[in-house]
Every structure is written in structure tokens, then in C-alpha cells.
Write a protein that binds this ligand. Sequence first.
Ligand code: GDP
Length: 297
Amino acid sequence: MAFEGLAERLQGTIQKIKGKGKVSEQDVKAMMREVRLALIEADVNLKVVKDFVKKVSERAVGSEVMKSLTPGQQVIKIVQDELTSLMGGEQSPIKFNSKPPTVIMMVGLQGAGKTTTTGKLANVLRKKYNRKPLLVAADIYRPAAIQQLETLGKQLSIPVFALGNNVSPVEIARQAIEHAKEEHLDVVIIDTAGRLHIDEELMDELKNIKALKEPDEVFLVVDAMTGQDAVNVAQSFNETVGITGVVLTKLDGDTRGGAALSIRAVTEKPIKFVGMGEKMDALEPFHPERMASRILG
Ligand code: GDP
């Protein structure tokens, strides 16, 4: 299960302070040493760990806590609050264009789960938001990508716009948006190329698609299992192309949690959805508060 190690360690640590009728500065320090180690072990970005520990420590030794009747529980509440705010605080909704179609670009490296997530997102948009999505096959480089998207479209009964792999992705995106207007489809989801590494060509292509019509959302799909790498990828994409949110996939696996806890703080972009499996209904909105509760038990 995801976050298992982190949850176990944090829960063990806060258990010690929970019932205390009096909490000294020493107690807080001892606890924060353990919290720090637990976060580092979970592969959380070092600067993020440092800032987090500092914030919690400052609040926990404050007079309001020390004087309260249940200081142990106050400290735990502070950890919970700060963990929630670290992950973005509120759940971040999808931004729709008031003048359809809304354009959503899906970007990411190969294997992160981009094409699968594109299908899942279309499914969510139709089922939960009552929208009429159009899937756009703009990954013309990976041989099976177009076919993979067409198969998903068929499975979901959601239309797929494809022009083969001899037309440029920018042209495919342009025609797809026109097609959506004609057919009154209100959300265009563009599955862009995923490469093995971040390279200039990939970034330029994404920028060119983006220049066509400013997308309402640019979702970066990253694999939670890759920890710090996912955070670095997010930072690069955000700096070069500009993203509006992140979809963190494979959270059903046994990820240590580093990416989930670091991405928001490092990129200042919210995690919008999490992938919880391979099936088309395994995409959930990301709720920072619920995630913090899950980790702290
Ligand atoms: P792409 O190269 O980024 O388009 O990646 P794909 O969409 O082809 O996904 C790569 C693999 O990851 C596939 O086997 C997917 O089924 C799998 N995958 C994607 N999202 C998830 C997820 O949330 N959980 C799990 N367990 N597997 C996933």
C-alpha cells in the first residue's frame, strides 16, 4: 500500500505525544527529529522537509499549545494541518472554459500512464461532469499510442480524433479543436507525445501546441513510484512548458509518498487527480486533507 512506511512511522511518533498532559519544547524537538527522518525516508524533497519541520516546530512550541488542556492533541492537529497545506490545502477543481470547447493538454514522459490517464479523465468528465469529451491522438511517435487511445475510446464509447502519424501534432490539435466545435463536443483532451527523456524537441512541440489556443489546463502525468524523479520532471515541465496541475499515477502501488508530498511545494502547482489502478474508473480527485488523515491514521 502507498505511504505504508511513512504512515507507520508518523503514527508511531505522534502516538508518543498524543496523551501528554504537558508538552515541553524538548518533547516537540524529539518528535520533530523523528518526523524529519520519516519524511526523508519517504523520499520527500529535502528543502520541503526542512520547511515543514520548521513550520510545525514554530507552531507547536507556541503558547496557545503549551497552555491548552490537550497539548498532545494540539500538536498532532498542527502536524495534520501543515501536512494538508503542504499538499495544497483545498482540492483543486478542473478549470472549464466558459466558451467551449475547454482544451486540456496531457503531457508527460513515456510510461508514466499518460494515455491511460487521458482515457480515465474523459470517463470522469463524462460521468461526473456530464461533459462530451473528444480524445485527440497527438502522440505520433510511439508506434502503438494512437491505437491504444482508439481502443480506449471504443471501450468507453468516447470519440477519438486521429489523423495517423504523418500529420504534425500541432495540425492534429488544430483540426481536433475545429472538429469539436462542429460536433458540439465541449472538452478536447490532447494526448501529446511522451518521450523517454525531457528533450528540447519535446518541449518545443508542446509549446507549439500550446500556442495554438491557450489550453485551459495542462496536466502533467507523473508516476508516483518514481519519487524525487517525478518532482524533478514536474519542475522541468513547469519551467519550460508551464503546467496547471499534476496527475499522480500508480498511487495504488507501494510508493513511499515523496512525490505526493513534494510536488506542490516545489512547483506550486496542485495535484489534481491520482491514478489508483489500471482500470478506466480508477482516477480520483486529490484531496489533501483526506490524504493527510490517511497518512496520520
Ligand atoms: P504512457 O506511455 O505515459 O502513455 O503510459 P500508459 O498510459 O501506456 O501506461 C503505462 C502503464 O502504466 C500501463 O500498463 C498502464 O496500465 C499503467 N498505469 C497507468 N496508470 C496507472 C495507475 O494509476 N495504477 C497502476 N497500477 N497502473 C497504471
